[in-house]
Design a protein. Sequence first.
Length: 245
Amino acid sequence: MSTQSKVVVITGASSGIGEALALEYAQQGFTVYACGRNQAKLDILSEKSANIIPCTFDLNDKNALKNALPKDLAIDHLILNAGTCEYIDNPKQFDGALFERVIQTNLIAVGYCLEVWLKQIKFGGQVGLMSSSAAYVPLTRAEAYGASKAGITYLAKTLSIDLEPQEIGISVIHPGFVKTPLTDKNDFDMPGIIEAEDAAKAIFKGMSKSTFDIHFPKGFTWTLKVLALLPFNLWRPLAKRMIKT
Ligand SMILES: NC(=O)c1ccc[n+]([C@@H]2O[C@H](COP(=O)([O-])OP(=O)(O)OC[C@H]3O[C@@H](n4cnc5c(N)ncnc54)[C@H](OP(=O)(O)O)[C@@H]3O)[C@@H](O)[C@H]2O)c1
């Protein structure tokens, strides 16, 4: 079946996984609405394919979000990928402002996007929510990031139940480590890290098959899924050893 006229909206398309996703979808013949804040990066991206339309706005600005896309745009795939990661280095001096920043962009802004764009998803369309394998098990220093992503996973599960009668499919995406500007900042070993292009291919395949839980690379994510079955008291002493700084 041709995907020539299909439309995908991708947030966080100016960098990393989102940028690779925009190029993958464009190559597959979709018209890609590539969203981000960095106009210069989006302009460079749109020069790589005539199928890519740049949309510059901050997802935390509700008014900008409301006017970002044509109101009559019928969307086949929506991928809410944009996100940020900051770690809590000193839990006793808990940084409430950091916590708010991360939850705002990774979780609350996803709610804003759903409010505006869910009604524009076509019958039989697919919505992908970007979580993380950090949502499977509590990881050290990830109080804010992990909480935001655990919230996304819960949100995806409930939406999947409630939107089934409307024929809108939900995918929740649980990557392991992917090499991007976000992970380039990490100061610890990242087992099984993959390239953004490989992540984009796995996400495209999963979205196209309406897979609910899109997770990769499988060796890493299956290990975490099995560890998540442990009682928390057994997991706690292992948690610090998982990520070596
Ligand atoms: N990389 C990994 O290992 C990994 C693993 C699991 C999950 N994830 C998730 O995958 C997603 C993409 O991550 P990445 O690694 O590709 O990171 P990245 O290269 O830093 O890209 C993040 C993207 O999000 C956009 N963004 C952030 N805040 C925004 C805001 N307020 N408004 C609009 N756009 C905003 C950025 O746009 P601008 O640059 O234009 O501001 C950028 O395009 C994130 O949700 C992340 O949590 C990543």
